[in-house]
Design a protein around this ligand. Structure first.
Ligand code: NDP
Ligand code: MG
Length: 383
């Protein structure tokens, strides 16, 4: 029985993880989980599975829950996340928290010898240089949950790293893939939140529309698979059937295909190297689909992608600035404080204003993240 701690259980990835675990109750058990502020969804999950250790963000929510469920251990805040992620009973931590907030619990879980199933890509973007050495030092497994990275991971099974020629990350192109730059000027939140192929949390759906999500994924791929930026290519593939590919030096290309369903990469992170039935999963029928399309991304229209390659190549503190500024700008757009194209403009301005440092420590990353958010807030007069 694999014992799992799910961070961010109330979100899109978190609730799908609960589904996967319920479908294979004889193999997996959630022994600890965390929510943010969505106590209603948390209580709904508590009716479906019995979990003894639960963390929430807010102390008041903890007090409310303790009064209602006296037999369960409740925790709160960042300390609480670290406590449940490092419990003796936990074998693997699935991190589905959104944003920079996922970094510290991931590091502490690795140091407590837990395997990590990582959906929280922001952790690797800002701190890949700290996380990858820790993974090696503590001899734990880092299993990708992001669908593209799971596809690459699967396409690397049994292969030799030195034979890789390049990684091809596919991208649906998000909600606005067919719009011109001029048309992007006045797009609304409602339009941005309508992703053509995937139903996901709000932050990543906006990131998919700007293509910052793909930019973050390029950096995530660099750290996960140890490949140079020159050998990571983004390919727009509107149908989201090929989830990503690896090209080898003999020109062979190995890809992983399937109908878009995040439960597959979540489940594979738990079953690897085995494969279990995906209960309720829809089988791929290529004859039904008929045609798949591919084209190169336009780096002028999708400025975010260019910024991400730039930040990734510079390395050091720059990915943290890109990420922090993007998190803040994304949230301002969601709150109708700025326009869609302001997101990439503000990120670029923050990157230009930043005094770059090499090899930032965790403490420095926390400061830089805060600086980038504050910079964006100041620029739009929201401080
Ligand atoms: P959601 O917004 O749906 O869920 C986020 C979860 O994290 C919720 O449980 C939320 O709690 C919790 N949370 C948010 N902020 C904090 C915080 N500061 N401290 C503690 N908990 C917090 O996001 P998704 O599930 O869509 O995405 C999660 C991660 O997975 C992201 O990094 C995303 O990029 C990645 N990912 C997601 C995919 C998807 O299909 N959704 C695909 C690939 C990667 P609450 O809601 O209770 O407040
Ligand atoms: Mg992805």
């Amino acid at each position: 029985m694999k014992k799992i701690c799910v961070l961010g259980v109330t979100g899109s990835i978190g609730t799908q993880t609960v589904d996967v675990v319920k479908n294979h109750g004889d193999e997996f058990e959630i022994v600890a989980m965390s929510a943010g502020h969505n106590i209603q969804v948390l209580e709904d999950i508590m009716t479906q599975i019995t979990v003894q250790h639960i963390c929430v963000q807010d102390k008041h929510d903890k007090l409310y829950l303790e009064g209602k469920y006296p037999h369960i251990h409740f925790y709160d805040g960042v300390d609480g996340l670290i406590q449940i992620a490092t419990l003796k009973d936990v074998d693997i931590v699935l991190n589905a928290i959104v944003g920079f907030a996922g970094l510290l619990p991931t590091m502490k879980a690795i140091q407590a010898h837990k395997d990590i199933a990582l959906a929280n890509k922001e952790t690797l973007v800002v701190a890949g240089h700290l996380i990858i050495p820790l993974i090696k030092e503590y001899h734990v497994n880092l299993l990708p949950v992001d669908s593209e990275h799971s596809a690459i991971f699967q396409s690397l099974n049994g292969e030799h790293h030195q034979d890789i020629s390049k990684i091809i990350l596919t991208a649906s192109g998000g909600s606005f893939r067919d719009k011109t730059r001029a048309e992007l000027e006045n797009v609304t939140i409602e339009q941005a939140l309508k992703h053509p192929n995937w139903s996901m949390g709000a932050k990543i759906t906006i990131d998919s529309a700007t293509l910052f999500n793909k930019g973050l994924e390029v950096m995530e791929a660099k750290w996960l698979f140890g490949v140079d930026y020159d050998n990571i290519e983004v390919l727009i593939h509107p149908e989201s059937i090929i989830h990503s590919m690896v090209e080898y030096q003999d020109t062979s290309v190995i890809a992983q295909l399937g109908t878009p369903d995040m439960r597959l990469p979540i489940q594979y992170a738990f079953t690897y190297p085995r494969r279990f039935p995906l209960i309720g999963g829809k089988k791929l029928s290529l004859s039904e689909i008929g045609t798949l399309h591919f084209y190169k991304p336009d780096f002028e229209r999708f400025k975010a992608l260019e910024l991400a390659y730039k930040a990734g190549r510079l390395g050091g503190s720059m990915p943290c600035v890109l990420n922090g500024a993007n998190e803040q700008a994304n949230s301002l757009f969601l709150n109708q404080k700025i326009k869609f194209l302001d997101i990439e403009r503000l990120v670029e301005e923050a990157m230009n204003a930043h005094e770059w440092i090499d090899n930032p420590s965790l403490e420095q990353l926390i400061e830089i993240d805060e600086w980038a958010r504050q910079y964006v807030l100041n620029r739009v007069g929201e401080d």
